[in-house]
Ligand binder design. Sequence first.
Ligand code: SPQ
Length: 442
Amino acid sequence: MTTITFKVQPGGQLKGETRVPGDKSMSHRSIMLGSLAEGVTHVTGFLEAEDALATLQAFRDMGVNIEGPLNGCVTIHGVGKHGLKAPNRPLYLGNSGTSMRLLSGLLAGQPFNSVLTGDKSLSGRPMKRVTEPLAAMGAQIKTTEKGTAPLEITGQAGQLKSIAYTMPMASAQVKSCLLLAGMYAQGETSVIEPAPTRDHTERMLSGFKYPVKRNGNKATISAEGKLTATEIDVPSDISSAAFFLVGASIAEGSDLMLKHVGINPTRTGIISILRLMGASIEILNEREVGGEPVADLHVVSKPLKGIDIPEELVPLAIDEFPVLFVAAACAEGKTRLTGAEELRVKESDRIQVMADGLILLGVDATPTPDGMIINGGGVIGGGTVESHGDHRIAMAFSIAGLRANAPITILDCANVNTSFPEFKDIAKHLGLALVCEENKVQ
Ligand code: SPQ
């Protein structure tokens, strides 16, 4: 096994222009819907990172012929809605919550059984949020006693019933899981969300000409329909761009252009929150690519101020809080995050892990059950922090190096490859003094 350690020298600024890799959420969904479509789907901008590749492999294991990826291009020879084959081994989904939760819905109504497994982090994440509403639809899915993976799915082809489900938490994965199950259920399945969450599944279903109704906070689908192959151009992932939006905001003298970034309004909480803190982010060349809004983002450094983060922005920036905590540590005054208890059940407990690391670096940070209070503007020191194998924690602490007064070492960074394998090269190219060390361990 190889462990990866990031070492960041303090200071620097981010300058230049870059295009970060494709959106992870859309890359997953392009493989899933392309596989279920009739005809050949061409994807460009596909994210060649471990999470999206786990989804791709799962569909190959279910008999789908997928060419690539090569330079972000993937060709999927769709097998139609009823064309998947029984996999002859458990589907291993690595670190990817999206793969496991969306696949559980899709596989619940198939004419074959399947088993979904993942790595240590994924095997500790809550799955009852999908298995309970699926059970109400007639699905048969066994979890561990704790409600975690492996998931043993006994396919219920033709037996699933529709449901009208009000989600207890704002989750795009739960919504998408139930919509995919609804494609195989009798009657109309509706999912009602307590707050808007990313809507890539609904948009992409429409792109494949599959009927899905949207009415306010409710999405509705039925088994009446088929997917028609299409072309998908995946924009750059705003969740990856977020590290550089924060880095360029906090490092004096920075001036950065991020090209072709997806700015779907269900994902732009990072821009809204940074702007409320005083950041300078211009949205340029707005355009639409395959049903998704895209733009170039120009960011220059500006002194930030602490704010109370509006709760309605939380689901729209849910993956960006690790790096937003770094912004808060650099902002003058108090930043308070509430209503974000979901952060505790991501790849790591992102509230505790970030608070532990920030405190170690000398930041005045107090974790709360549903967020964090950070008194920012003080000195960020150096030291060795644990990422707990969470990609977004590893990248967030790398960005903190831009404002630290001593080197920061970040342990356990291999999982940066799950969402953003090019991070270290792009960060270095833009001006971050980052070195990546690989160590073989027995
Ligand atoms: O796929 P995974 O591991 O759950 O990835 C994360 C991430 O940080 O990359 C969350 F840990 O993103 C989720 C996101 O938090 C991706 C996602 C999606 O593609 O539908 C939705 C969000 O999760 P949720 O639980 O709020 O639905």
